[in-house]
Design a protein around this ligand. Structure first.
Ligand SMILES: Nc1ncnc2c1ncn2[C@@H]1O[C@H](COP(=O)(O)OP(=O)(O)OP(=O)(O)O)[C@@H](O)[C@H]1O
Length: 271
């Protein structure tokens, strides 16, 4: 039995997690992903055969102890890294079948990214940062959608400011708007509230939640924070490069309890 208790679909290696809320094709999915770093004595199995589906219009949080493979999984799913074996699909496109040019295009046109460190271009204004992916692609900015996104993240009076003239929370709102403006199939957010105070975190999480509810956006978010995970529709728990459990309609209390049971099991193994 795995550390989080029982689950409906136990396979040889970890749990296969499938979407539960809606029918319809997943926005992205992975089949038996492995990622191995190094070789011999220094070999690290970061992902040990992970299969997962991300349903369109759903907000998924990924949690797990440090080193459990969360970032590795996100990077493989988001075409920022290549798995050792297994397949990643964005819609029905399998990433390993694409050359560099097509990968760049899929990242630009169909994927959105929000990083812990904001990753804004310091010499550009907030507005220029938000439209940068579209400008690079040579795509005309849909002004109505741009106005909706900017209003949603509450940046109306800050558009002419450069990142160093904005607070951390405001910078992350710019990053959220940048991810959303191209209406990607899926947004990958790697600890988006990791550098923010609790008030700014709450604002960003409310915005992510709203973009799922009102715009049908699909979001996958790595977080260490049970309160952040509670904004998601479901939480997937990783341990040692395997999915070990899934929680639908999480609350911060339930997530915290689950994490405690994991810590207790780990401590038991060490003792
Ligand atoms: N480039 C690399 N070379 C070697 N090992 C790596 C590399 N990147 C990650 N790892 C290892 O792979 C495992 C998974 O790392 P990963 O960063 O995915 O974990 P994580 O769950 O995101 O951790 P954290 O919560 O601390 O960010 C860890 O043991 C890590 O040390």
């Amino acid at each position: 039995m795995h550390p989080y208790g029982g689950h409906s679909e136990q396979r040889d290696r970890g749990v296969t997690v499938t979407s539960t809320h809606q029918a319809g094709p997943p926005a992205a999915h992975a089949v038996d992903l492995t990622k191995v770093y190094g070789s011999g004595d220094t070999q690290v199995v970061a992902l040990g055969g992970v299969s997962v589906e991300f349903t369109a219009g759903q907000f998924t949080a990924i949690m797990g102890p440090s080193g459990s493979g969360k970032s590795t999984l996100m990077h493989c799913m988001a075409a920022l890294d290549t798995p050792s074996t297994g397949q990643v699909f964005i819609g029905d496109v399998e990433l390993s079948s694409l050359n560099d040019k097509k990968l760049t295009r899929i990242r630009r046109d169909r994927l959105g990214f929000i990083f812990q460190a904001f990753n804004l271009v310091p010499t550009l204004t907030a507005q220029e940062n938000i439209t940068l992916p579209l400008d690079i692609a040579g795509t005309k900015v849909d002004q109505e959608w741009f106005a909706t996104v900017v209003a949603t993240v509450g940046l109306g009076d800050r558009l002419k400011h450069k990142p160093n003239e904005l607070s951390g929370g405001q910078q992350q709102r710019v990053a959220c708007a940048r991810a959303l403006v191209s209406q990607p199939d899926i947004i990958f957010a790697d600890e988006p509230t990791g550098n923010l105070d609790s008030r700014s975190s709450a604002e960003i999480l409310a915005f992510l939640r709203r973009s799922v509810r009102e715009f049908g956006q699909t979001i996958v978010m790595v977080t260490h924070d049970p309160g952040a995970a509670a904004h998601a529709d479901r939480v997937l728990f990783l341990a040692d490069g395997q999915f070990v459990d899934e929680m639908i309609d999480p609350t911060a209390e339930k997530v915290l309890e689950r994490m405690k049971s994991f810590d207790a099991t780990t401590a038991g193994q060490v003792a």
